[in-house]
Each structure stands twice: as C-alpha cells, then as structure tokens.
Design a binder for this molecule. Sequence first.
Ligand code: G6D
Length: 351
Amino acid sequence: MGILKKMTCTQESTYNGWQQFTLENDQGMVVQFLDYGGIITSIQVPDRNGKLENVVLGFEQVSDYSHNTNYLGALVGPVAGRIAQAAFEINGQTYSLEKNEANHHLHGGSNGFHQVIWQAAPFETAQTVGVRLTHRHPAGLDGHPGNLDVAVTYTLDQNNAFTITYEAVSDQDTVVALTNHSYFNLSGNLQDTVHQHQVTINSEKFIELDADLIPTGQVLPVAGTPFDFQQGHYLADGIAAAHEQNVTVGNGYDHYFLFRDPAFQAQVLVTEKQSGRTMTIETNQPGMVMYTANALTEGMPLAGGTSKNYLGVCFETQASPASLELDTIPSVKLAAGERYEKKTVFTFGNL
Ligand code: G6D
C-alpha cells in the first residue's frame, strides 16, 4: 500500500497571538481552528463536482471571535447547555455558578472553555494529522468542584472524517458535558440557509423546554411530531411548524434528542441535495442538541456572507444538563478519578 503523505498540519499566528491550525488531507479537505476556545473557523469539503467550499459559519475577521456570543465553532464546557437556576447538587452539597442567561448558567459562563487558550500539541500518524488541546479548569474558579483536566483532540483522516475526542478527569465528583458548537451549512460558502438540509436522527425521544429554554422535566416521544427525524425530513418542516415546542424556541429546533442506543455508531445523517454534500455523525454521546440558529445575531460579517437566522445548524453531541433534574436520562455527573471519554466523528461525502 502506498504511503499517502501529503497530509499536513500548519500553524500560524493570528490576532492577539492566537494560533490558527490548518489540517489538510490528500483530497484537499481542510479543517481550520484556533487554540483560543478550540474554535473551528472553517471546514472545506467537496461538493458533488469536487468543488471545495466552507461548510461551517466563521467570522470574516479572526478578531471577532473575542466577542463570540453565538459560540461559533467553539468548544463548549465544562457543561454545555443550560443549568437551571445556575445551581446543581452533588453528594448533598449545592454548587452555584454564574447566572449568565437570565437566572440560568449557559455554556460554561465567562470561564467557559470557548474563550480559554488551550495548550496545543500537533501530531501526525501514517493516515492522520491532528492537534491535541489541553486545559486545566482549576478548583474554585467558578463554583465547580475540583480541578478538571481536559484534553480535546481534533484529527483529520484521509477519508474526509474529522474526529473530535474528549477526555476529562477530575479530582472531585463534578459535572462535565463537552461539545463543539459548529454551525454547519452544507450548501457551501453560505449559498443558502439550512431549510433544505435533510436530517435523519436515531432518536425516539426529546426533552420538552419551557419559555426560558429550560427542560420542563418531560421527555416526549417524537412520534407524530416535527421532532420525528427517524425517516429523515427537511429542517424547513420544523421551522415552519405550528408545534408548540418549535414555536417556543423561536420557530425551529433548540432541543435535546436522546439517541435510541448510546453505543458508538452513526446517529445522524445530513444531506443537502443542491450541493450533493452529506455529513454523517458517529458518536458515543447519549444524545445531542440540534439548534437551527433561530436566534443567531443578525448582520455579523462572516466568511462568505452576513449572519441571519437559520444560516447554520448545530449538532451538539453531549449528555444533557437536564439530567441534573431528571434521573431517567444519561447523567452529566463525573465521579472523582473517573475517565470521561467521548468521541464524535463528522464524515463528509456526496450523494
Ligand atoms: C445553544 O441551545 C443553545 C441556544 O439556545 C443558544 O442560543 C446557542 O447555543 C448560542 O445551542
């Protein structure tokens, strides 16, 4: 077998000394990200004619990531999603966090992983290139118990698969739910909104939300609703739906879907007919938030266009902080010394 060795990982200094890494494989697929927030700034993959275009939302100017209130491309933690009333209980003790969205805690608050500078160590193997990002979230920083050591690895292979592995360990019982907040748009270079993205999800249940986007405590069956993606349908169907849950989140989706079986496997398929692009998501996470950018800040200068609602869709594979109130779903709790090991693979192809 010939050794394919055009794969490269290059590094350059950008705004504020942030390092930007560029992974490239033999097919020309490119993934770019920053050590700041582990932010994925661009993913270029071929359409059905082999034309490489960017399929994630990213700012035109790198400096704009210093005020990334929509979490474009960011690595999110220690707990992605909303912690109701910004407090949780472990072993009978209550821990209080910053209230950065109404009375709630969203996406790790101001000490969140989306705005720390990660230690970055590039590596290569015979068939992959990647970068391992590490960070210590120290005890006492923001109300979380324990020192949390985190490693997130971004790896590109020769089959247009981009893998994110998440590892964490804490010296005290704590809560962890890591994810990536890339907004995908397979039309390429923002040619279209995501209405015509067809999505299939291995999920029979989703979590109901209240007007604050906080779980009500109800886990609802998808059957017979716009939340049933088991046979695949267009995002447009839910964006336009009169279903109370679509309307509650601003017309669309911002919901946690529980996967039928959480073992590592393909859980999500996304296709976009115009470009011919497809994306398969394999993961060992127990579910994901699908967010159709119903409340994306409008008018931001992005690479390839200007932001507006529904310009991207996030597939935030993770455990849900709703588990802090609901013991029937997989938990975000991590025991002292226990190893958190999660993996999500985004593989790009063509119809
Ligand atoms: C998340 O679920 C949330 C959204 O509600 C939020 O607006 C976004 O991140 C920035 O996916």
